[in-house]
Design a protein around this ligand. Sequence first.
Ligand code: FAD
Ligand code: DHB
Length: 391
Amino acid sequence: MRTQIAIVGAGPSGLLLSQLLHKQGIETVVLERRSQAYVEGRIRAGVLEQGTVELLEAAGVGDRMRREGLLHRGIELSFEGRRHRIDFDALTGGKSVMVYGQTEVTKDLNRARQAAGGQTLFEAEDVSLHDLEGAAPRLRFRHQGRDHELSCDFVAGCDGFHGVCRRSIPSEILKTYERVYPFAWLGILSDTPPVSEELIYARHDRGFALYSMRSPTRSRLYIQCSPDENLEDWPDERIWDELRLRLGGEGGEALQSGPAFEKSVTPMRSFVAEPMRFGRLFLAGDAAHIVPPTGAKGLNLAAADVRVLAGALAAHYAEGRDDLLDAYSETCLRRIWKAQRFSWWLTSLLHRFPEDSPFGKRVQLAELDYLTGSTAAATTLAENYVGLPFE
Ligand code: FAD
Ligand code: DHB
């Protein structure tokens, strides 16, 4: 088998890259370890920056998102029993975000790839990468009980944090930066009436809570918990009681409980691997970096990497230029580190840390008071949340 770009991973990064390259007339084969149903069913991100929305539209997968996605022009911050709105519209000159689940983004991309005759091989096992430093890299894998070899011009490592691509870069070349947080998020979905039109990020002495949604009738809720939390200790009523307390005030009172499904615990880490290129291998998305979910940057950063990579590959094929490919890692990392900073900052501002002192609490509350009282402070939150501009 041969293709121009071999893509490992059919998460949002791999599928979006495949679709953007297809629009440029560049051929790809996507190798995915899991089944299509598994990838499409994975409940993860829910908030798309305006730039991600525009990129999905440019990729030709914006129609259903425009119809079914929920446009949000602000968020609410809750602390000490009060709620304060951060008005993106006013603070960023009319920018907004779109609430549209990663499950839906993935479905739309799979449909588009299939309609265009794109090749995505699901349940591809034992993918390994070879000759990355030469002119003709190769991938070996097993599919439907047979061994295969795929040769290509370039490999895109879009296989997430636990994938094989980052591990294929020699350790003396790759530098990693990491912070693991001493807490996690317990998340649920529930078909209960909305308590607010916008997301509520709550700081509470018992820990962080987030009210989000997937549609006007489906809520997505999170509470801070410990990283080794046992879900069996969290019957639905305990989760609702905790949410009611932490969301506080009107949000808490309006919260109606109902059956919770898709319960999961997400550990929290910040992680960056540099450089994002080795020979003809380019890493994109979670394969190269992880952010804690506070601020919803994970999927948006993945889309931003893919945007840069698709442009650089298009310049290589159309104009024979490699300067954009050579600058890929540096271009992406500038944006990634800013999103890392924002995600770390919002996480630190809103969570309860085990070592918290009364001093730490007062500093968090002073910063929240400042954020909600100063236009300059609120603007820095708003412009990061809606997404920093592309270079
Ligand atoms: P992934 O979505 O991880 O996709 C990688 C793909 O590669 C997967 O389909 C995987 O099966 C495949 N793969 C892995 N190894 C191999 C291999 N060896 N061979 C072939 N295929 C392979 N972000 C937010 O913004 N908000 C959130 O609320 C949020 N919640 C999250 C919850 C969880 C549990 C996790 C793990 C992440 C969450 N994120 C969230 C982050 C966001 O989902 C990711 O940033 C986003 O999925 C990144 O897309 P990706 O395509 O780079 O990686
Ligand atoms: C969602 C997740 C986030 O991490 C976030 O900051 C906002 C919303 C969500 O899953 O809806």
